[in-house]
Every structure is written in C-alpha cells, then in structure tokens.
Design a protein around this ligand. Sequence first.
Ligand SMILES: [Zn+2]
Length: 63
Amino acid sequence: MLLWCDDCLANVQMFTPSQAAQVAGVTTRAIYRQIEQARIHFIEDTSGFVLVCSRSLKVALKP
Ligand SMILES: [Zn+2]
C-alpha cells in the first residue's frame, strides 16, 4: 500500500511491523527498536496502528 511519508515527502510503500520484519529478515521486536531509535520512518493512525516506511527500512538495514 502506498501512503504519504512525512519524512520522505513522498508516497512510499508502507509495511506493517510484521511485514517489515519478514522483508528485512529480522524480528518484529527489532523493527520496533528501529522505530524507537527513529532509524525508520513510521506513521500511526488514530487507533495507534503503526505502519513503517519501506524506503527508510532499506536505508536502516544497510550494513
Ligand atoms: Zn519515509
């Protein structure tokens, strides 16, 4: 799903934390850690549901 990312200033593919974990080959917990450390962009809807920006995910996971 393509959604607006305020940090990229672009429409980007957004993943749920579990999708992001699968794509990145890490645990969901690791994804939340990246979010907490502001290493990946995320959006949160009014019900508190988090979606992560795939573009920043790729950057964050670069060795
Ligand atoms: Zn972004």
